[in-house]
Design a protein around this ligand. Sequence first.
Ligand SMILES: *Cc1c(COP(=O)(O)O)cnc(C)c1O
Length: 224
Amino acid sequence: MSAADQLAEILNRITRAERIAGRAAGSVTLVAVSKTFSVEEIRPVIAAGQRVFGENRVQEAKAKWPTLRAETGGLELHLIGPLQSNKAGEAVELFDVIHTVDRDKIAAALAVEMAKQGRRPRLFVQVNTGAELQKAGVDPREAGAFVARCRELHGLTIEGLMCIPPAEDAPGPHFALLAKLAKDAGVNGLSMGMSSDFETAVDLGATHVRVGSAIFGTRPKIES
Ligand SMILES: *Cc1c(COP(=O)(O)O)cnc(C)c1O
């Protein structure tokens, strides 16, 4: 199947999951994760109507998306990978949504760049729901306090929370935890669910699912 066919299939499955969960049609946004795929591989998915895409690296996005944006208006680009504070300027310039705010240094750097550039990308706070040592994200016990500091100390509007459950765990409990943390923190957005578990995420309230390989195919190498 072509990427465009697989896109149609994923959109059908999201619509079906919304209906089963009793959620309004269109309440979930599909972020098509195009990391590692070339401009040539992404174009047919844009031609099929997809407008929202995710990339995990600032440099890769910078190499691919200015070209694609010049060809098609109304594209929305999401940063779903870790952000270094020295890349905050480029991130604010390139992305419409950043899913990976997870420490004060990044929040402060984003606030400075947003003021400087007059651009305000929408922001999600990444939560390390599995409390994995090597994984990015704030500790779940710190999530509420961090969202409050983003607002009060850094003057940022936080739209929601994002998580990547540990590969070896069932995802449901992590999605449920993220939903509870978001409710407690007073934010509505929930960025959760990937190729293998997006229907579970829709059932548990995801507003954004991040689906890559189920649309574009298997990636050549393992991503961090
Ligand atoms: C790569 C990636 C995805 C997409 O993963 P698939 O399993 O290919 O759907 C989603 N979220 C993040 C943060 C990623 O890095």
